[in-house]
Write a protein that binds this ligand. Structure first.
Ligand SMILES: Cc1cc2nc3c(=O)[nH]c(=O)nc-3n(C[C@H](O)[C@H](O)[C@H](O)COP(=O)(O)OP(=O)(O)OC[C@H]3O[C@@H](n4cnc5c(N)ncnc54)[C@H](O)[C@@H]3O)c2cc1C
Length: 416
């Protein structure tokens, strides 16, 4: 496979040399050491780290459609590690650190842009909570800065701050946070995994599991039966559907989350901003579109579309912060299916069935976790036990009561 570099662009351009295809389409084998179900960000990253860090060679990623068309290609791409609980901020910080060198690591430009993530506060109580969260981050050596209103104004002059419906009391900023190009992450990990011999099998749906007693030893797919020593499931919003094949009831619910893009305009917004008096987040893509989203459509569904009340709510919140965007035309909106866990924290864990490992419960936040999740899930599968960074993210926490409830919102998936 061709190595991407400035020199290669020059050389191939000068001598008219063709690039080798970025993806290959291998035949499905009857047996692998490890199978990962789901060719989204998490599945592809896991396959890559299994090959790179743990020496596995016979790995397959089984994807029912084409890679990158699930949530990894449907999200608003916000990357941050500004969590309060140590179990979360350590894990997401590791992921952020992996993002910082990812383009070089996988030789693919994922367009990671550390433009800063600013959370706005609209009350004294919210400022207190932000101060507490910022301190918790700094205790883990994660960058965090509490801004007063004047500093917010200097950081983001585009914000409407005078005589507004939701006065801005200040904000918490993580300057190393930012965005990346969503589908490039899937393609980049896929290409890097392929170069290490991973078979990426597209348009192949997993229909059922092959059992030997309490052990999962293989899968039934639309292309036939495949056996493996270990199987990792990373199917995000489809987790409950697949778990159902094993009569495995997981503490997650699937709900739609919408995203929106406007027509492309010249650069007007150089930060990622979140609204604290509701649920709204916005950034501008490198193509020029404003990309934004808000709350879940809070009903259970597997349909990748949402409803108008959320559109209304999101646009209202957008205009409360940036009235000048009222003139823009909305180009598209769509939804992805969120695998909402009961405490808002993911599950990266062994399962009750030997040979089967679970990666799910990502809620709104699984894109930023892609490299970190792949890193620790590969470790968990390879060693049969969690990495220290996902030790608190086991499935058993819901029966032992050791939940990781970042928001303190209780066991309601739509509250997280
Ligand atoms: C609108 C929206 C905005 C978001 N914004 C952010 C954000 O700003 N920041 C952030 O960190 N996170 C965000 N997220 C969350 C993030 O996108 C997800 O948590 C993450 O992408 C999920 O992991 P994944 O990439 O592996 O999932 P996916 O890309 O969905 O991968 C799962 C794959 O499994 C495949 N699959 C399912 N069933 C089967 C089967 N039976 N057989 C074979 N394959 C199967 C699917 O086709 C799919 O490709 C957002 C999500 C949405 C929808």
């Amino acid at each position: 496979m061709s190595h991407y570099s400035a020199w290669q662009v020059f050389y191939r351009g000068l001598f008219g040399k063709k690039w080798s295809p970025a993806l290959t389409y291998p035949e499905l084998q009857s047996r692998y050491d490890v199978i990962i179900i789901g060719g989204g960000g998490h599945g592809l990253a896991t396959a890559y780290y299994l090959a790179k860090n743990h020496g596995y060679r016979k790995i397959a990623v089984i994807e029912k459609g084409a890679i990158g068309l699930g949530n990894v290609g449907r999200n608003t791409t916000i990357i941050r590690s500004n969590y309060m609980l140590p179990e979360n901020n350590r894990f997401y910080e590791k992921s952020l650190q992996l993002w910082e060198s990812l383009s070089q690591e996988i030789n693919y430009n994922v367009m990671f842009s550390q433009r800063g993530v600013l959370n706005l506060a609209h009350s004294d109580a919210q400022m207190d909570a932000f101060a507490r969260r910022g301190n918790a981050m700094r205790l883990q050596d994660i960058d965090a800065k509490l801004l007063n209103p004047e500093q917010v104004k200097a950081y983001l002059p585009q914000l409407a701050m005078d005589d507004v419906r939701f006065p801005i009391y200040g904000g918490l900023v993580q300057t190393r946070g930012g965005t990346a190009r969503h589908d490039a992450v899937a393609w980049g990990f896929a290409r890097a995994a392929l170069t290490m011999g991973v078979d990426i099998i597209q348009h192949c749906e997993v229909k059922d599991f092959v059992m030997q007693g309490d052990r999962v030893v293989g899968i039934e797919t639309t292309k036939g039966r495949v056996l493996a020593d270990k199987i990792g499931m990373a199917v995000a919003g489809s987790t409950s559907l697949l778990a159902n094949k094993l009569k495995l009831k997981l503490p997650i619910e699937s709900m739609p989350l919408q995203a929106f893009v406007t027509e492309a305009i010249k650069p007007v917004l150089n930060r990622v901003v979140t609204f604290g008096a509701g649920h709204f987040y916005i950034s501008q893509s490198d193509k020029g579109s404003l990309v934004f989203g808000g709350n879940l459509d809070t009903y259970n569904s597997y349909a990748q579309r949402g409803n108008l009340p959320v559109v209304d709510e999101v646009i209202t919140e957008c205009l409360a912060l940036f009235p000048q965007f009222a003139k823009l035309r909305l180009l598209r909106s769509w939804a992805g299916i969120m695998d909402m866990s009961m405490d808002g924290t993911p599950i990266i864990s062994a399962s009750p069935y030997e040979g089967l490992y679970l990666n799910c419960g990502w809620c709104y936040g699984g894109f930023k976790a892609v490299p970190g999740s792949g890193f620790v899930f590969a470790h968990t599968i390879a060693n049969g036990k969690p990495h220290q960074l996902n030790a608190a993210m086991g499935l058993e926490r819901f029966s032992t009561g050791n939940i990781v409830d970042e928001k303190g919102a209780g066991p309601y998936p739509k509250a997280h």
